[in-house]
Design a protein around this ligand. Structure first.
Ligand SMILES: [Zn+2]
Length: 332
């Protein structure tokens, strides 16, 4: 359980004003009886929904949905030193990458990891941190959506179909915002012709996962319901000035630790359950995933920019196509 308290309460617990204290200072023990009132979450957490109206009166009532999530995992219980935590996690992650496979690290490998704290300290003093920032998860997806929305809003010619942007809340708490949106959509559910989910597209370098590199992009589920959507995903990429290397391996069950069952692990799955064809884009898990070190200085911005442009182009392609993607596969 995590308790959030006022600065005044923290000063009383620690026995001195907060101003002169350093992060990580230990306070006294407290015995207390907790009274609390439960309140429904939606008054604090909301999906954010926006629409760019389509230009074709025949098709403007149909929507290409683009989604990401705007929540993350909050705080860690114990502050850690950013640089040493990251150096250790990086060494650990590199040890897990074995050729084109990702393996569980062995106790021997773990014991062999040495971080040179002297060189870290020479570069910078200890920086304790307890905030999981979520720059990649899913700052990258939610900001890519803003860029896509801005580009479309500024374009003189709007796409034929409308574009529906949903920044979901509560993804990390169990896809809550996506589940809510699909249950209570702001447009008719069957008018959504496809959903493109963007969850973590800021990384994917060689040190992040096997097969990673500057062209890497994993796509999950793009042919699961619609052969035509899968084809559009591939075709639009092939027409990029410098195509990305699309990795479809997570359409199959993965043996990689941490990578199982990705099709069911982000917001798109609620759309798919409702029969809407989806494509889920991400550049893989990495050493900063769900840690305080998921910070913007580790985002690969040129790579991230190309992926964002590609998803923008894909959304336009789907929005301008004569026909919506045909659902020709059973929904399992
Ligand atoms: Zn995420």
């Amino acid at each position: 359980m995590t308790l959030r308290i006022t600065a005044a309460a923290a000063a009383r617990l620690l026995g001195k004003p907060l101003a002169g204290l350093t992060p990580g200072t230990q306070g006294g023990a407290v015995r207390a009886r907790l009274d609390y009132v439960e309140q429904a979450v939606p008054q604090y957490a909301r999906n954010v929904v926006a629409v760019i109206r389509g230009s074709d009166p025949q098709l403007a009532g149909e929507y290409v949905a683009i989604g990401a999530h705007n929540d993350h995992v909050g705080f860690t219980a114990t502050p850690v030193d950013h640089d040493s935590a990251r150096a250790y996690a990086t060494a650990e992650n590199l040890a897990r990458i074995v050729g084109d496979q990702l393996k569980d690290i062995t106790p021997e490998q773990r014991a062999a990891i040495r971080v040179n704290l002297d060189s870290l300290r020479a570069a910078r003093p200890v920086r304790r941190d307890s905030v999981a920032n979520g720059a990649d998860d899913d700052g990258s997806g939610s900001m890519a959506m803003l860029e896509i929305a801005e580009a479309m809003a500024k374009a003189p010619v709007k796409p034929r179909r409308s574009i529906l942007f949903v920044w979901h809340t509560g993804e990390e708490a169990g896809l809550l915002g996506a589940g809510w949106f699909v249950e209570h959509p702001t447009v008719p559910r069957d008018s959504i012709v496809a959903q493109l989910n963007i969850d973590m597209i800021g990384r994917g370098a060689a040190g992040d996962l096997p097969g990673g590199g500057p062209d890497y992009l994993a796509v999950v589920g793009s042919s699961m319901l619609s052969t035509q959507l899968g084809k559009a995903v591939a075709d639009v990429n092939a027409r990029q000035p410098k195509p990305l290397r699309l990795d479809y391996q997570f359409d199959q069950p993965s043996q990689w630790p941490g990578y199982n069952n990705l099709y069911n692990r982000s917001d798109h799955v609620y759309y798919a359950r409702a029969g809407i064809p989806i494509a889920f884009f991400f550049t893989g898990l990495h050493q900063d995933y769900h840690r305080v070190t998921d910070e913007p200085q580790y985002i690969d911005y040129p790579h991230y920019t190309r992926i964002t442009r590609y998803i923008h182009d894909l959304a336009l392609e789907l929005a301008n196509a004569a026909q919506r993607p045909l659902v020709d596969k059973p929904n399992s």
